[in-house]
Design a protein around this ligand. Structure first.
Ligand SMILES: *[C@@H]1O[C@H](CO)[C@@H](O)[C@H](O)[C@H]1NC(C)=O
Ligand SMILES: *[C@@H]1O[C@H](CO)[C@@H](O)[C@H](O)[C@H]1NC(C)=O
Ligand SMILES: *[C@@H]1O[C@H](CO)[C@@H](O)[C@H](O)[C@H]1NC(C)=O
Ligand SMILES: *[C@@H]1O[C@H](CO)[C@@H](O)[C@H](O)[C@H]1NC(C)=O
Ligand SMILES: *[C@@H]1O[C@H](CO)[C@@H](O)[C@H](O)[C@H]1NC(C)=O
Ligand SMILES: *[C@@H]1O[C@H](CO)[C@@H](O)[C@H](O)[C@H]1NC(C)=O
Length: 436
């Protein structure tokens, strides 16, 4: 079983290492284009290059779109009272249902939306994608209640630790909360990758920490995401960006995944152990699943040994929805409604990440509960897979077609529009915090 999993992962990997090489070459080019036209952003954060790695694999993973597909209309907002057992309900087993209620915030009422994800502000013409709600089969999932949440979080501190999707999620969280009281920014580093806010009336502090591998990594990329050398990833050393502050937080949400697909040299004990995707070098290709697993084991070991009073949440890795290509080969995402169950399959890369993270999180959950610690899974993978309509696509740029209706623009089918489907990640988060 274990053997199968690993060897199949290995097989698939060899299969796409070649394509990965090509896409790495392309991405440098892609990014020069991309940044030469970058314009209006408030925080000019630059790690969007994580995007390319998302789909070096199998284009045919994505099923063709049935042209006649329209979601059958359902009763809006009619919640049958379901079994009153939200603790036992699997909140991840559900469906997207139409929801006529307006989104909790817009580009006009939240100032924390990064320009690349500000789909409304960038002129995305369709708005249907904000009128859906995640609805578990066995229970009702209340929408994120910012006022109640803030009340619960008096004098508390939160941290979101991970990559640019983590930051995307954090911005949704800030936007939801800022409808009750706007946040005051306390700190940002020069790249706006590590930031901290405060909600004065509630004395709630929220931080975002940039740590795409969660472990120590030397990344040699210039501001345009062009890499001058392989990433050096220390599998046995967690990133002190967050470990140094770990004890100061009451709620910590970790997530990672996508960056592991990049070419990297793996270190242990400061010596080279192997690599991933490093063709032409005499190192053993260990596969990114090896590195992800090792780091997750270290992460959870660290957490167990520090025996925190804080609540730890691990969010699973997320799928992208590039169709007819990838980030660097002109892939796009033009859908306007959620997909049907089974319409999109999880790409191999995501499946491999998931095969690592699910068992590691579940082992950690078990150990944590034995020790009386709170450690929870936030599994957004399946529900996100159903939302090909939720990405900025061409609207990562300000009015991309203003001058030329047929302009060739870079699509982003990996990050998520705000407001958009990932606001529901916070409905789930609230459920975890309230119920357990
Ligand atoms: C928000 O988006 C709308 C278009 O949907 C635009 O008219 C408006 O100016 C935007 N607001 C801000 C503050 O950018
Ligand atoms: C605000 O919360 C922090 C803990 O996050 C606490 O140390 C501090 O005393 C609180 N401040 C006030 C004014 O209550
Ligand atoms: C962000 O962009 C502004 C203007 O384009 C520039 O002055 C500033 O140095 C940039 N900041 C970073 C972190 O790149
Ligand atoms: C790491 O290196 C030190 C000394 O170089 C050695 O004592 C130790 O056993 C090594 N640990 C591992 C896990 O290889
Ligand atoms: C690659 O490494 C192995 C063992 O580390 C060594 O025996 C072999 O000669 C090396 N090959 C090349 C081409 O450097
Ligand atoms: C992808 O390509 C197929 C066949 O070439 C085409 O029918 C479809 O419209 C394309 N989809 C997108 C999103 O461009």
């Amino acid at each position: 079983m274990k053997q199968n999993l690993w060897s199949s992962a290995y097989y698939k990997q060899n299969h796409f290492v070649f394509k990965l090489g090509i896409s790495i070459l392309l991405v440098g080019f892609g990014f020069r284009l991309l940044f030469s036209q970058s314009s209006d952003a408030i925080p000019n954060v630059t790690d969007d290059n994580i995007i390319d790695i998302s789909t070096p694999v199998l284009e045919n993973d994505v099923k063709p779109i049935p042209l006649d597909f329209v979601e059958s209309p359902k009763e809006l907002n009619q919640f049958q009272p379901k079994d009153d057992e939200s603790e036992k309900c699997d909140i991840y087993d559900g469906e997207w249902i139409p929801n006529s209620g307006s989104p909790a915030y817009t580009n006009n009422t939240c100032r924390w939306i990064e320009s690349h994800q500000n789909c409304m502000g960038n002129g995305r013409p369709d708005t249907g994608y904000v009128y859906w709600k995640w609805s578990p089969k066995a229970c009702e999932l209340p929408r994120f209640d910012a006022r109640k949440f803030l009340e619960m979080m008096r004098d508390k501190s939160w941290a979101f630790v991970g990559d640019s999707i983590t930051r995307n999620h954090l911005q949704s969280f800030l936007c939801l909360l800022s409808q009750v009281e706007d946040a005051v920014e306390l700190f940002h580093d020069k790249d706006y990758k590590n930031r901290k806010w405060h909600f004065p009336s509630y004395n709630l502090t929220v931080s975002v920490m940039w740590s795409p591998f969660l472990a120590k990594a030397d990344i040699f990329e210039d501001i345009n995401g062009v890499s001058s050398s392989e990433i050096q990833l220390h599998l046995d050393v967690l990133d002190k960006t967050w470990t140094e502050q770990f004890d100061t937080w009451d709620y910590i949400l970790f997530s990672s995944g996508k960056w592991f697909i990049k070419t990297a040299i793996y270190y242990e004990n400061n010596s080279i152990l192997g690599c991933h995707g490093c063709e032409g070098k005499n190192y053993t290709d260990l596969g990114f699943n090896f590195a992800y697993q090792k780091i997750l084991k270290n992460l959870f070991e660290f957490i167990m040994n520090s025996n925190p009073k804080s609540m730890i949440i691990y969010r699973t890795s997320t799928p992208d929805h590039f169709e007819n290509g990838t980030w660097s080969t002109g892939g796009s995402c033009d859908r306007m409604v959620p997909a049907k169950e089974g319409e999109f399959e999880l790409a191999d890369v995501n499946r491999i990440l998931r095969e690592i993270e699910l068992p590691e999180i579940s082992k950690a959950e078990e150990r944590a509960s034995e020790k009386g610690m709170k450690l929870k899974l936030l599994d957004v993978t399946s529900l996100s897979l159903l939302r090909p309509d939720g990405h900025p696509g061409p609207y990562r740029h300000f009015y991309p077609f203003a001058e030329d209706k047929n302009a060739k623009v870079q699509y982003d089918c990996l990050h998520w529009c705000l407001p958009g489907p990932i606001d529901s990640w916070n409905d789930l988060l609230m459920d975890l915090v309230v119920n357990g």
